[in-house]
Design a protein around this ligand. Structure first.
Ligand SMILES: Cc1ncc(COP(=O)(O)O)c(C=O)c1O
Length: 478
């Protein structure tokens, strides 16, 4: 970027940051300093609660791992104190001055906080397990192939590997071959595999009579494309096909109305835009029409009164869970899909972060800022860079804000990726990479600022120059 365009961008960013109604929410987060990002010592992390300063790193990686809310260590310490002082009583004994639920109620409390984030009734959400595990559990309940009828699963050709593996192994688990039962969607037109709803619907159409299930991402992890969840769901339903959505990159990022969109089922992780912490407990949605329990345990064949699933004691109706009778009788709703008593450490961490979502006014308020923030970053990359920089990268994420969330995926020219990442890191700018040549940059509206977008654009311009120079040197010496 030229110094004139940096000065101009900084002035605009200053106004936007001052006008930002969510600006103070940033103070809810531990923002790493540049020194911490560069450090190789644990001891240098000792002051995580320090106020953010000009020495703060620019962290644009909430699409991968969200930053730590300051409440997280507070709530975790309260949990640890409860465990230390109460032992097993922590499961059921409320403490008058504690903001935490008893451990027996921690899953229900977390589901209550999660429900508005995904646009669901409380009973349609369970906070449990992990994303890939939950995809398998949902498939165990809702993928019932019939080799002479509906047996295929449709997914995108560039699905996140874990989703691909989950689908492939589910097929094998049922004695089917991915060769004949797995269909992958590829865009016939887009070199970046941006999938139009038409691309997806035409594949569904072609295989409609033999397809049992579609598995798709709400937001594609590599391109950052937001798919039209209600339109694709409705189209699949018209053909009698069940759809499971992987919402890893959509949850906490864009508003979702899973119940009203008539989504069958969905799963997500909580360590990206939800800031639950690395590997934190996942979430799952099952539309209420798919999780009814219509027979009492005293009826004949009570197992005919609900869809079968891989079960555990935590999915059992709470009223009979501790009777220890070996008769599984799920509670209605998503909670009936739970297996084990949840990690309270995890759920406490997640619930601390979900408190911040409440404080910020929910995902719709965040989306309002996010549209401006990502749009501002995009305009810097499209209009603010030097001409020679423009030849070295291209944004692959759709330009229409309705077709993306916070993330912009930037495709670099060959041979630049490693140097660009090193140069950004050296300037205290953290983004992530997806091989072969993409960096993903995600300004998170909870804690990122407009000014940080300028810092990124400036650092990116310098990083591109350094990388192009190095590449030229290597080609002359090679
Ligand atoms: C789109 C998508 N699906 C699946 C996964 C796997 O998640 P987990 O390791 O929590 O099962 C990820 C992880 O980042 C992801 O981005």
């Amino acid at each position: 970027m030229s110094s004139a365009s940096i000065a101009d961008a900084r002035a605009r960013a200053q106004v936007l940051d001052q006008d930002d109604p969510l600006g103070l929410v940033r103070n809810e987060f531990n923002i790493p300093t540049k020194a911490q990002i560069a450090s190789t010592r644990l001891a240098d992390n000792d002051d995580p609660g320090a106020p953010s300063t000009s020495d703060s790193a620019v962290y644009l990686c909430g699409n991968s791992l969200g930053l730590q809310p300051k409440r997280t260590p507070v709530r975790i310490n309260q949990y640890l104190s409860t465990w230390a002082a109460q032992g097993v009583q922590g499961h059921f004994k409320p403490l008058a001055d504690s903001p935490l639920p008893t451990w027996l109620d921690a899953d229900a409390k977390a589901a209550k906080l999660m429900a508005p984030i995904v646009g669901a009734a409380e009973s349609e959400v369970a906070v449990m397990q992990t994303l890939t595990g939950n995809l398998h559990l949902l498939m165990s309940a809702f993928y019932k192939p019939d080799i002479n009828g509906r047996h295929k699963i449709i997914l995108e050709s560039k699905a996140f590997p874990s989703d691909h593996f989950a689908v492939e192994t589910q097929l094998r688990h049922h004695g089917l071959s991915p060769e004949t039962s797995m269909v992958t969607i590829q865009s016939p037109f887009s070199e970046d595999n941006i999938l139009s709803s038409y691309d997806i619907m035409s594949v569904i159409s072609t295989h409609a009579a033999t397809t049992a299930l579609v598995v798709l991402p709400g937001i594609q992890y590599y391109t950052g494309q937001l798919l039209d969840i209600p339109v694709i769901t409705a189209f699949a339903h018209k053909h009698g096909i069940f759809v499971i959505w992987d919402l890893a990159h959509a949850v906490g990022n864009v508003p979702l109305s899973l119940h009203d969109w008539d989504v069958d089922a969905a799963a997500w992780c909580t360590y990206k835009y939800l800031n639950g912490g690395p590997g934190c407990i996942g979430g799952l949605f099952v539309h209420e029409r798919n999780s009814r329990v219509t027979k009492a345990i005293t009826d004949e064949k009570p197992e005919d009164g609900y869809s079968n699933r891989l079960a555990g004691w935590w999915g059992n109706d709470k009223k009979t869970r501790f009777a220890m009778a070996n008769k599984f009788h799920p509670v209605g709703g998503a909670a009936g899909f739970q297996l084990s008593n949840p990690s309270i450490l995890d759920i406490t961490s997640l619930s601390a972060s979900l408190e911040v979502f409440e404080l910020a006014g929910g995902v719709r308020a965040l989306r309002e800022k996010s549209l401006k923030l990502t749009g501002f970053l995009e305009s810097l990359l499209l209009k603010g860079m030097k001409e020679e920089d423009n030849a070295l990268f291209r944004i692959v994420t759709p330009a229409d804000p309705a077709e993306r969330g916070a993330q912009l995926s930037i495709l670099l020219a060959d041979g630049l990726l490693q140097t660009v990442l090193q140069e950004l890191e050296a300037r205290g700018v953290i983004v992530d990479e997806r091989k072969p040549d993409v960096i993903r940059v995600a300004p998170a509206p909870l804690y990122n600022t407009f000014d940080e977008c300028v810092t990124f654009a400036e650092a990116f311009s310098l990083a591109l120059e350094a990388a192009a120079k190095k590449r030229a040197q290597q080609s002359t010496s090679g």
